[in-house]
Design a protein around this ligand. Sequence first.
Ligand SMILES: Nc1ncnc2c1ncn2[C@@H]1O[C@H](COP(=O)(O)OP(=O)(O)OP(=O)(O)O)[C@@H](O)[C@H]1O
Length: 583
Amino acid sequence: MTTLHTAAVSRTDPRPTAVTPVRPSGGSRPTLRLARHLVPYWRRLLPAALAAAGSELAAAALMATASWLITRAAQQPLIASVSLAIVAVRALALGRGALRYVDRLLGHDGVLRAVAGFRTRVYEALVPLAPAGTPAFRSGDLLTRLVDDVDAAQDLLLRVLLPVVAACAVCVAATTTAALLLPQAGLLLGPLLAVAALLVPAAVLAVAHRAGREQAAVRAELAAHVVDLTQGAADLAAYGARDRAAERARRAAARIARLERHRALTTSLASAVLLLLQGTALVAVTWTALHAHADGRLPSVHLTVLAVLALVSFEALEPLPAAAFRLADVRARAARLADLFDTPPPVTEPAAPAALTADGPLGVQITNLTVRHTADAPPALDGVSLHLSAGRRTVLLGASGSGKSTLIAALMRFVDYESGSIRLAGHELRDCAGSDVRRVITGMTQDAHVFHATIRANLLLARPGATDAELRDAARRARILDWIESLPKGFDTFIGQDGTEVSGGQRSRLLLARALLADPPVLVLDEPTEGLDPDTASAVLADILDATRGRTTLLVTHEREGLTAADQVVRLDGGRILARGAA
Ligand SMILES: Nc1ncnc2c1ncn2[C@@H]1O[C@H](COP(=O)(O)OP(=O)(O)OP(=O)(O)O)[C@@H](O)[C@H]1O
């Protein structure tokens, strides 16, 4: 018995179009929810945060200690009284570089591992949603969520949290040191640092939030135009509409450029305000320190240390405006991930799944089956009863929307059934785990995907351990072996994305070979001849019926000709069985 990975038969469109608009968070604090998903990785992230803070602290401490040493040295003290400071300066100068290296190493290592784990969780959330093809996640949206949106977690950690932790550590350390040397200096430096660390990024965040929403919408628009321009190039050229489409894409790109300029301007303004605050802190702290020195309350060596502290502590705040912009991006992408986690799976898995083991052709008894895609929708299947006899081929006919694909989806546990029963190998289907069911009932769903890989890899997806002889046998039964062997690289020929480098008939036969290689006890084939010209469709259909002789097969098709070889033909209409009989 073999396994066909469900991804291979997904109905979703894998194009990375990224055209789904960013939806608002619905007030559910998506960034916090995203952060909560990362909490389990705290053991890896904590050292990264400590290293980031340590690296910034070492830089500030080096400047402060060096300034103390230089001032003290000017007083020509005994070498023994400054030896500790000399050692500290050397250690900090060397340690700063080492800490910066450790900071980068641990930061990226910890964050990339956390993101890899999080990506798996997102994938696990997608798996039960994807095969049913819920409308919200079609059109390349799955790929966008798995790739782009998950990167929001990386940005949140690397570009937002780590700089914020480092900046906070420096602010606290600088204010405490200043307060210990001269309390008034601490009272001046602390509030100025707080304004720079809180108010400036908050103002940037407010601007970024507004700009971010527009940017997300324009980016989605540009992605849609680019997909139209590339995938619809032939149609656009045929109707002379290419220039208009290109102009629309250019306008969207120009708007993005304008938004980017706006972003750069805001960041520069924020940096200017930070510089102003830094200058203010330097003047105010130095002025207060000079007064304290004149009153004899502050030794001259501490005077320079305070001035240097006021200067260097602001340097740790420099990444904060950019971090605020990142946070606005992260919020939009986290909202999309929150949508994904909140979407209930279309199938409820049983708490204690029945052990479903089967080999060889099996029969399936469907009785009074009713399926609804959404609670308020009319039933897509309404009291369907059908027996798929073991080792016999059933052809399912019906107009578009009559419920054919829904029946296959129910059999493969991609959708739940509201009432009725599907019995297989002595078990009710809903009592079995979806993955177990799909080891027994599987095959080719509608719009099955040909991967951008070699023919061999495309076939092995159905049975990773298949031998060359088994591959050749499946290809022979699908009547595609001669073509494969005529190619210079045979089974190692690379075929283009979505099978575009193969003809429609070759694509169908390749998918059939993959389904045959899976060799499940119940084989389902959803419109394997879709999109083929009538002659090719009849030829492929005849070959399918021939290749599936002796297997329990459910074949969905629009073809009416050439069905005489089928053992049973059933017609669906409006979710009900209209007619049945031998072909
Ligand atoms: N994911 C879904 N969410 C909501 N409704 C759906 C979904 N999938 C199908 N439907 C609805 O269920 C009904 C049956 O659709 P189904 O895809 O099973 O028909 P079909 O006979 O396979 O059509 P076609 O031959 O065009 O593929 C239709 O009314 C369709 O609009």
